[in-house]
Design a protein around this ligand. Structure first.
Ligand SMILES: [Zn+2]
Length: 413
């Protein structure tokens, strides 16, 4: 019971803190002006979102969209605008003290390959186009936040660094944000917010993931004449069969997936190579490590079984390559950066929603630097699909929320 009382006390004091943050930021006349301005110019934010999305940004080829963001950062008067060696676009809005240095980021890359038609179509309140929500919305939101701060002539206590980063999706493996924290802005960042996707949820737990490409190799040969050779495809099949029977906990949520397979050259050849790409995720580092060990064992067992089944003098080998690793990260509801989001929600009349995800925030979270990933507002559907859509309904709330959370952290002069 004492525990419950103690918890209630924490909750009460947390609510008091929220109330203070709310009244000191959201009711500031300049902040109100910025919030109203965001609502007024939402149609322009939408135009920016469409324009952004029609500049292709396939994985590892974000340069064109980066060049556009560099130009926009300069036009918005950000300082020391640059593109770093990894390809991130950076622009700084210095505060009056070195109290906090917050990065407000959105990712440039999409999951779509180079030849994808990126034309955006509009029907009433609904935009359709690859990447329109994830993350053209986030990119447009950070530009409007910078614009609104200028319009309302807001001076902040801490510094805001705007970043349009590369490499969030898939095999990009968070390379942009890794570079920010390890090199470009090493030691400078005290808080990190990524505006990624749609809606008004807050991701405060970073789901970790391990991704592998597993390649079985053998001599290969004629399916009739060389019958008796061990087959990389058969070994791969054995491995997939084992993986498909893995049992994982529901909480902490832990998942696995064989996402791609390929192998062989023709129907009448014993393949000489076959590979798969596997993704494993968990909210818990321990659960992920356990799953990974099971996976490694399944691969080695499959290799052994296929080789032993045929007893051929020529044996298969296997390469297991780690192609992606995102660390697990977690922050409690009491963390000030989470409280900053709760306060913004309250000020905007929104119900706070929290969740876990695998996003750019995983990197700072794993370094114990406060970080959250927030939605850019509106309603998103079919992210990562060619018919991805974005519904404009109340989408200005996403931008207002990004501004308020930012200001709750860096403080207004
Ligand atoms: Zn995204």
């Amino acid at each position: 019971m004492s525990k419950i009382l103690f918890f209630t006390f924490i909750l009460m004091s947390a609510l008091t803190t929220i109330a203070v943050a709310q009244s000191s930021t959201a009711s500031n006349p300049q902040v109100r002006r910025a919030l109203d301005y965001i609502k007024t110019i939402e149609p322009e934010t939408i135009n920016e979102q469409i324009k952004t999305c029609e500049i292709p940004a396939p994985p590892f080829k974000e340069e064109k969209r980066a060049a556009y963001y560099q130009q926009r950062f300069i036009e918005l008067g950000l300082k020391n605008v640059r593109i770093d060696k990894e390809g991130n676009v950076i622009g700084e809005r210095p505060g009056e003290s070195s109290a906090a240095t917050l990065v407000l980021a959105a990712h440039l890359d999409t999951v779509f390959p180079e030849d994808t038609d990126v034309k955006v179509t509009r029907e009433g309140n609904v935009l359709k186009g690859p990447g329109i929500g994830d993350d053209c919305r986030g990119l447009a939101v950070i530009l409007t936040v910078a614009r609104a701060l200028n319009e309302a002539k807001i001076t902040t206590k801490g510094t805001i660094i705007f970043v349009a980063n590369v490499g969030e999706e898939g095999l990009g493996d968070l390379r942009g944000v890794k570079y920010l924290f390890n090199t470009e802005l090493k030691g400078r960042i005290t808080h990190f917010i990524s505006v990624d996707g749609t809606g008004t949820r807050t991701i405060n737990t970073g789901v970790g993931s391990n991704r592998y490409r597993v390649t079985f190799k053998g001599p290969g040969g004629h399916s009739y004449g060389a019958f008796g050779l061990p087959s990389p495809i058969h070994a791969l099949g054995r491995a997939i069969e084992k993986i498909s029977r893995f049992e994982v906990p529901k909480t902490p949520k832990t998942t696995f997936n064989v996402g791609r397979i390929e192998g062989g050259t023709s129907v009448n050849s014993v393949a000489h190579t076959a590979w798969m790409e596997v993704d494993m995720r968990s909210e818990s580092g321990a659960a992920l490590a356990k799953l990974d060990a099971q996976f490694q064992q399944a691969i080695q067992d499959s290799l052994k079984e296929e080789n032993e089944f045929w007893k051929h003098e020529k044996k298969l080998t296997v390469d297991v390559n780690l192609v992606g690793k995102r660390p697990v990260g977690e922050q409690t509801g009491e963390a000030p950066i989470v409280q900053a989001a709760v306060a913004a929600d309250a000020a905007l009349g929104l119900k706070s929603q929290f969740g876990a995800g695998s996003t750019d925030s995983n990197i700072p979270m794993s370094l114990n630097i406060p970080a959250i990933t927030i939605g850019g507002g509106g309603i998103g559907r079919n992210a990562h699909a060619l018919d991805e859509s974005f519904e404009i309904t109340n989408s200005h709330l996403g931008t207002q929320r990004a501004l308020l959370i930012t200001l709750n952290i860096v403080g207004v002069k």
